[in-house]
Ligand binder design. Structure first.
Ligand code: GLV
Ligand code: GLV
Length: 323
């Protein structure tokens, strides 16, 4: 009798499905969109393991439906705020995730978003199609952005992604890297990173980049008071989780010029409604949670998730175990 695994999404790479199929009976959801809540609650019962994505909320209700048979969860993500870790630990379920393998891709995307925001790339593109370029031809101050030369960059959460972002930004002749977080990081020396308080960081930075996980300590870390204390030329970049930012406070800050611009790969809710206020703001660059989206990275994340599950089912250590 092979262990039973539920895979919540149909379009995960075949190489990952093959790893699971060798050892397990796999129920692969057919859709290329998130599993419905009803399906999740129905399909989870009788399963030994779950292969899930960050779009699947795994809470006590799902875990209750699963019952004691469920021993392993593999999430195809580095973030795990979609998992109720307290409930999971109570039930002694092992969790695998995908750190490190997406660090380079996510850092690369963060740099791309930082450049796109400080140099107004999306807005500039729109000027071609909306006739703005035709009108001004070339303007001395038209489409000027802050750029990165001489910028003080503040990184909120210098984990592996934050550090990889810092390394990639240094060649742009930035003035310096500051970072904040729960503790000082020895590896910050690699980027001459200065450990500062969160309050100091937001007051002094021209570019603020959020790469910390979402948890009770970081939820709504950026609210009205924080935006009020930021530089008016500041740009906020977020590639971690939307919940770190109080989004209505951000909208207000962007509308009133408390800060200059924002570049967001993550927001609340996701997907963002097409007519959301954020989509109306010229000084907000939006991309749809694609930090780790290179084909190679996503394939590696999927196979790693499958391997985490298979190893745990066989009583071996996972390649990357969270608990
Ligand atoms: C992406 O956001 C991830 O957590 O992997
Ligand atoms: C930042 O990562 C913080 O937790 O302060």
């Amino acid at each position: 009798n092979k262990p039973k695994v539920l895979v919540t999404r149909g379009d995960i790479p075949k190489s990952a499905v093959s790893i699971l199929e060798e050892k397990c009976e796999v129920e692969l959801m057919p859709d290329h969109s998130p599993i419905s809540r009803i399906d999740l609650l129905n399909k989870i019962s009788g399963k030994d393991a779950l292969f899930c994505l960050l779009t699947d909320k795994i809470d006590h209700e799902v875990l209750d439906k699963a019952g004691p048979q469920l021993k392993i969860i593999g999430t195809m993500s580095v973030g795990y705020d979609h998992l109720d870790m307290n409930e999971i630990k109570k039930r002694k379920i092992s969790v695998g995730y995908t750190p490190n393998v997406l660090t380079a891709a996510t850092a690369e995307l963060t740099v791309a978003l930082t450049l796109a925001t400080t140099r107004r790339l999306f807005e500039a593109h729109d000027e071609i199609t909306n006739g703005g370029w035709a009108k001004c031809a070339w303007g001395p101050l038209w489409m000027c952005g802050g750029g990165l030369v001489g910028a003080k960059v503040g990184i909120v959460g210098l984990g592996s992604i934050g550090l990889a972002v810092a390394k990639r930004l240094l060649p742009f002749d930035i003035a310096k890297i500051m970072y904040c977080g729960r503790q000082e990081k020895p590896e910050a020396a690699q980027v001459s990173g200065e450990y500062v308080t969160f309050d100091h960081l937001i007051k002094e930075s021209d570019v603020v980049i959020i790469t910390c996980p979402l948890n009770d300590a970081t939820r709504n870390m950026f609210g009205p008071a924080q935006f009020a204390s930021m530089k008016t030329n500041a740009v906020l970049i977020n590639t971690s989780r939307g919940g770190v930012v109080d989004q209505s406070a951000l909208v207000h800050a962007l509308k009133t010029g408390q800060i200059t611009a924002a570049g967001l790969d993550v927001m609340t809710p996701e997907p963002l409604p097409v007519d959301h206020e954020l989509t109306q703001l010229k000084n907000c660059v939006l991309i749809p949670h694609i930090g780790s989206a290179t084909l190679q990275t996503r394939t590696t994340m999927a196979t790693m998730t499958a391997q985490n599950i298979v190893n745990a089912l066989e009583g071996k250590p996972m390649p990357a175990q969270l608990c």
